[in-house]
Ligand binder design. Structure first.
Ligand code: IMP
Ligand code: MG
Length: 183
């Protein structure tokens, strides 16, 4: 079920097969850790939708899914860590085992704010699962229990990640050609 690589893509960084294999691996680790429990997966729109959909289906542990939409103050390319909730969760988190599902951790500022926000709602536990992480871009240390791939500090698209709302639908993660940014 492989999609053709669009002409705007310079290089595929993580292939569809690598992503899918990693999701299975992460799901197995999560299933082991949460044996006998239920998980409330919390995804941040819109980037996390692909990881959410694939991870939820790979897990054997019973899950429910919630989504939040946030906007981070600051420029479009760098986050400030000050976050505004655009869409909140539809239920309270008291006594829930929350697993925050993320596409990518860049500066970590958004996630840092989100974790403090989640913990203030009285859950039984809060952990994070992120498909990608850019260790060199970290401005705050965020404890992430489940990480798919550590990657260089480069801007990528695909598998939920966008540039100007495009390319989220690609089944792989890749680099855009420089001329795409010059448009
Ligand atoms: P942070 O607060 O800097 O960690 O920002 C994380 C958010 O920025 C992610 O959830 C993405 O929506 C976005 N982001 C960070 N790096 C990239 C990238 O390489 N491509 C697309 N979006 C990104
Ligand atoms: Mg974005």
């Amino acid at each position: 079920m492989s999609q053709r690589v669009p002409a705007e893509i310079e290089k595929v960084l993580v292939s569809e097969q690598e992503i899918q294999a990693k999701i299975q691996e992460l799901a197995q680790a999560i299933d082991r850790d949460y044996a006998g429990k239920e998980i409330l997966l919390v995804g941040v729109l819109k980037g996390a939708v692909m990881v959410m959909a694939d991870l939820a289906r790979a897990l054997e542990t019973p899950v429910s899914m919630e989504f939040m939409a946030v906007s981070s103050y600051g420029s479009s390319t760098s986050s400030s860590g000050v976050v505004r909730i655009l869409k909140d969760l539809d239920r309270d988190l008291a006594d829930q085992h929350v697993l925050v599902v993320e596409d990518i951790i860049d500066s970590g500022l958004t996630l840092n704010w989100l974790l403090r926000n989640m913990r203030s709602r009285g859950p039984a536990s809060v952990e994070v699962c992120a498909l990608l992480r850019k260790p060199e871009a970290a401005k705050v240390e965020v404890p992430v229990k489940y990480v798919g791939f550590d990657m260089p500090d480069e801007f990528v698209v695909g598998y939920g990640l966008d540039y100007g709302e495009r390319y989220r639908d690609l089944p792989f993660v890749g680099l855009l050609k420089p001329e795409v940014y010059a448009r």
